[in-house]
Design a binder for this molecule. Structure first.
Ligand SMILES: NC(=O)c1ccc[n+]([C@@H]2O[C@H](COP(=O)([O-])OP(=O)(O)OC[C@H]3O[C@@H](n4cnc5c(N)ncnc54)[C@H](OP(=O)(O)O)[C@@H]3O)[C@@H](O)[C@H]2O)c1
Length: 310
């Protein structure tokens, strides 16, 4: 980032800042000063919502963020800070009350904050006990340590199973979605076919969240598979890149920004969690907030990504 000159004063409108989240998973992968400078850029651009997890950089991402909050004297209420817990390296998943409470204390300590705006359970844990999660959430809510709760990567049955015991609303579900990874879309569209894409893998999570006012946060908007890489400029996604280029030309933005706009167009409350901590890529991606794809463009991109329609 050295030598990069970008001014990003309030690129985002206040309504866009409710839909674009800066993901912190890659923050510790940059040099220390570059990471702090990235956060400055993001804040100057109008980004207000930041997504953490206790496992990102083994806690280093939250620590860097905490250092930035302190050194820049950022007013806590200016930002929406969320984190996740539930993945334990070496064990797999843990949603016991004791673990959730300890993990949240660790998150708050690293961030140097009194409270989290949102806490998510990172992944489904087949050994979870809803009563335990409910007890932990109640304590966190009563003590003021967490204001809102949600889950990530959960299907409707899993959410129902938890919500029966949890007093606070499960208000968020963070899910993987990109043009090159869209099973939550294709399973609802590719009915009357024998296509693999028509298989109902998420049990209708998109419509379930819509019906129950659960806000969907979409992660990895530029990736295909499981962290296999970006489809932007990837020769394996030739027709998709050609279509992205065409639409990018029309809106005078980049292909990556069109890809992020594709996620945003799916639902007016949906949020997109951007992963880059490179200010050049980031400032470019923020322009997605001023693109509203037409139906023709949205479905055209979907087909160019390799999906079909009956
Ligand atoms: N809930 C979950 O289970 C879960 C799982 C994974 C991630 N997440 C969250 O989602 C966030 C985003 O995930 P992600 O990082 O995989 O998302 P992403 O935005 O799809 O991917 C970002 C990566 O794409 C690269 N990239 C390639 N071309 C790019 C371009 N033209 N513009 C911008 N970036 C480009 C970036 O490289 P550069 O770094 O060089 O820009 C960066 O490495 C994470 O930070 C985390 O907060 C949640």
């Amino acid at each position: 980032m050295t030598g990069v000159q970008i001014t990003m004063n309030n690129v985002l409108t206040s309504s866009a800042s409710q839909r674009i989240i800066s993901g912190m998973m890659r923050l510790s992968g940059r040099g220390h000063d570059e990471a702090l400078a990235f956060l400055d850029y993001a804040r100057d651009a109008g980004v207000r919502w930041f997504d953490h997890a206790d496992i990102y950089g083994n806690g280093a991402c939250e620590s860097i963020f905490g250092e930035w909050l302190k050194s820049r004297r950022v007013r806590r209420e200016e930002l929406v800070i969320q984190s996740k817990c539930g993945i334990r390296p070496g064990i797999a998943y843990d949603c016991s009350a004791e673990y959730i409470l300890n993990a949240t204390d660790g998150i708050l300590k690293r961030l140097g904050c009194d409270y989290l705006d949102v806490l998510l359970i990172h992944r489904p844990d087949v050994l979870w006990e809803p009563e335990e999660i409910a007890a932990a959430f109640q304590k966190l809510y009563d003590s003021g340590k967490v204001r809102e709760f949600g889950v990530s990567n959960c299907n409707p049955a899993q959410i129902e199973y938890l919500q029966r015991k949890i007093n606070q609303k499960i208000g968020y579900n963070q899910l993987q979605l990109s043009l090159a990874f869209a099973p939550m879309v294709s399973e609802g569209l590719e009915t009357n076919t024998y296509s693999q894409n028509g298989l109902c893998r998420s049990l209708g999570v998109l419509d379930y969240c819509r019906l129950n006012d659960i806000r969907i946060q979409t992660w990895s908007p530029l990736q295909f598979g499981t962290f296999q890489g970006s489809f932007i400029d990837n020769p394996g996604y030739g027709p998709l890149n050609a279509r992205l280029q065409e639409i990018a030309g029309k809106y005078q933005v980049s292909k990556a920004a069109v890809a992020a706009a594709w996620n945003l167009r799916l639902d007016r409350r949906l949020q997109v969690v951007l992963g880059t901590v490179n200010p050049v890529h980031f400032s470019d991606l923020l322009t997605a907030s001023r693109v509203t794809l037409t139906r023709e463009e949205w479905y055209g991109l979907y087909m160019a990504a390799g999906y079909s329609l009956p």
